[in-house]
Design a protein around this ligand. Structure first.
Ligand SMILES: *[C@@H]1O[C@H](CO)[C@@H](O)[C@H](O)[C@H]1NC(C)=O
Ligand SMILES: *[C@@H]1O[C@H](CO)[C@@H](O)[C@H](O)[C@H]1NC(C)=O
Ligand SMILES: *[C@@H]1O[C@H](CO)[C@@H](O)[C@H](O)[C@H]1NC(C)=O
Ligand SMILES: *[C@@H]1O[C@H](CO)[C@@H](O)[C@H](O)[C@H]1NC(C)=O
Ligand SMILES: *[C@@H]1O[C@H](CO)[C@@H](O)[C@H](O)[C@H]1NC(C)=O
Length: 514
């Protein structure tokens, strides 16, 4: 491993044209982390982490997110590896080995792009086997993804296709079957040398044993349907005599232990006493993160010290499609049988100094007096994020098809009395003003404050603007002292049918910034 430690930070190096290539011909860079996400400056994003410990070094295989700031798509063209000899979620020194592989370079049958979640495991022969979801260039399958296998002498490659005739698992091999999207492979080389692979997404989880050649599926497919809320991203592992399947789940709902909104995934797990199951659901072990996905990978560092690796959108410029790898300690409860996984606590690097702000909305608890459909999220109102191109959970909306309500209110409750003298409401709309379908701008709105137990109008100096802009003018009003404020919204509509109202953010201003 290269140890050319520098303190200038990755982004400043990359910003000097030519210098990167000159100093670092193998595209290896060292950087210091001060906490999660491990590389937080937004210079390089990283997603779908798969950890591997070799000889006292940790390697984390990831894809690289290259979506633009407002682009809602997984733009992933290459794999990269982070490595360290001192993994510590609170800060440590790392190397980033960029572009260790690209699909079309390693697999002659691959389409380019779609460098999605893969895993590198060490075989019994000591070599490194890279299981990767690969989009086949020529296929008659309804879904082109298959699982390719490449091998190398070290965890950083260079990798050579071990099965150059194509994927080992796809919709047509082992012929025909697996009529799912065959991505997210996870592989376990068991203590007795047997090899097992699981894969799948969109609620479908499948598995096989592999022959000792690491490529040939043995017997028939195992279909797993007992893991509650399974969505994707399986991670197969073993501790003691127990097999564990970690995965991304999204059984959503207001009372769900997993996630309140349908787009986010929590992390859940099941156990089995043999590697092909049967699998028993055990519970949720990590709550949703800032990005809709979080993708688990687990590693044992030394002596039963375990860490969960995942991704978030917490780096500078991060989005649901510009994710960054983070990791935190994972603890077992050996008093239960089989041993259970304790809830993982997410840690974050210390926040930088924040600008003083008059907006006190984030200190309030938000609620709506109408049902919030499951794809939207009440917490979007005061999360201090205004997305140019939001996903549904980045917005609060009343949109409920033909049942969207005509009148509704959104309320902020503070724990103590606050002073307020202005609001800004950032509306979301996908239909023109006056429409009675989709999400048009509202017909009108106004603000009231709680005076004792009576709602009174605030004395607003200006009209309440309904135009759709991410930077609306502040509606000012004579200062009120109150513990609650509400916005009354009238939906746009006609003929007895109303569009939804969409709000990206609702800011409440106090007179003096702090
Ligand atoms: C691990 O250590 C052994 C013994 O020193 C060495 O032979 C092997 O090459 C090392 N493997 C890697 C991947 O560094
Ligand atoms: C797809 O189907 C056509 C028609 O049956 C066949 O000629 C072609 O070889 C198939 N392509 C692949 C990649 O299997
Ligand atoms: C308000 O108070 C409750 C109870 O003390 C507390 O749980 C909650 O976090 C507080 N909310 C905010 C936004 O500070
Ligand atoms: C929600 O609040 C609005 C505005 O005050 C009111 O017109 C409407 O009836 C309320 N809806 C429900 C379901 O309480
Ligand atoms: C409302 O505010 C305006 C100035 O912003 C002030 O002239 C007026 O007296 C206020 N009215 C009430 C009822 O507070």
């Amino acid at each position: 491993m290269l140890h050319m430690f520098n303190t200038v930070g990755l982004s400043s190096l990359l910003a000097i044209p030519g210098v990167t290539a000159l100093l670092l011909p193998r595209q290896e860079q060292s950087f210091a982390s001060t906490g999660n996400p491990i590389l937080a400056d937004g210079s390089i994003y990283s997603a779908d982490p798969a950890p591997l410990v070799v000889n006292g070094s940790l390697y984390i295989l990831t894809g690289r997110d290259e979506a633009g700031p407002a682009e809602n798509a997984f733009i992933m063209n290459e794999w990269q590896v982070f490595s360290t000899e001192t993994p510590d979620p609170l800060g440590s020194s790392w190397s980033l080995h960029q572009k260790i592989a690209q699909p079309q370079d390693v697999f002659s049958w691959a389409d380019d792009g779609s460098a999605y979640a893969g895993q590198i495991v060490q075989g019994q022969d000591g070599r490194f086997y890279f299981y990767a979801p690969i989009k086949q260039r020529d296929t008659n399958s309804t879904d082109p993804f298959g699982i390719g296998v490449a091998v190398a002498d070290g965890p950083l490659g260079p990798f050579t296709d071990l099965h150059p005739s194509g994927p080992i698992i796809s919709q047509s091999v082992p012929a025909p079957g697996n009529t799912i999207q065959n991505i997210d492979p996870t592989v376990l080389v068991d203590t007795d040398g047997r090899i097992f692979i699981y894969f799948g997404t969109f609620g479908q989880l499948r598995g096989y044993e592999l022959e000792a050649d690491m490529i040939t599926p043995k017997g028939s497919v195992t279909v797993v349907s007992t893991l509650t809320g399974f969505f994707e991203a399986p991670w197969l592992m073993k501790r003691g005599d127990t097999y564990y399947m970690l995965y991304a789940a999204n059984n959503a709902g207001q009372d769900s232990p997993c996630t309140p909104t349908s787009y986010h995934a929590c992390l859940a797990y099941g156990t089995a006493s043999s590697p092909l199951g049967p699998w028993t659901f055990q519970g949720v072990f990590m709550d949703i993160v800032s990005s809709t996905t979080s993708h688990p990978g687990l590693f044992e560092w030394t002596n039963d010290e375990w860490y969960l690796v995942y991704h978030t959108r917490d780096a500078v410029g991060g989005t649901h499609f510009r994710r960054s790898v983070a990791f935190d300690k994972l603890l077992w409860d050996d008093s239960s049988s089989p041993p259970s996984i304790q809830k993982v606590v997410q840690t974050h690097r210390p926040a930088g100094s924040t600008q003083p702000t008059r907006n006190i909305a984030s200190k309030a608890t938000a609620s709506a007096n109408v049902t919030t459909p499951i794809q939207y999220w009440i917490a979007a109102l005061n999360d201090e994020r205004i997305e140019t191109n939001p996903l549904p959970p980045d917005v609060w909306s009343s949109y409920n098809g033909e049942q969207s309500p005509q009148s509704m209110s959104l309320t902020y409750d503070w724990n103590s009395t606050v002073q307020a003298n202005g609001v800004r409401v950032v509306f979301f709309a996908d239909q023109p003003a006056g429409s009675n379908v989709g999400v048009p701008p509202p017909a009108s709105w106004k603000v009231e404050y709680l005076n004792g137990n009576i709602w009174n109008p605030v004395n607003a100096s200006d009209a309440y603007p309904t135009d759709v802009t991410d930077d609306p003018v502040e509606v000012s009003f004579a200062t009120v002292e109150t513990a609650a404020l509400r916005v009354i919204l009238e939906a746009s509509g006609s003929g007895g049918q109303f569009g939804g109202v969409g709000v990206k953010e609702w800011e409440v201003m106090t007179p003096v910034a702090s």
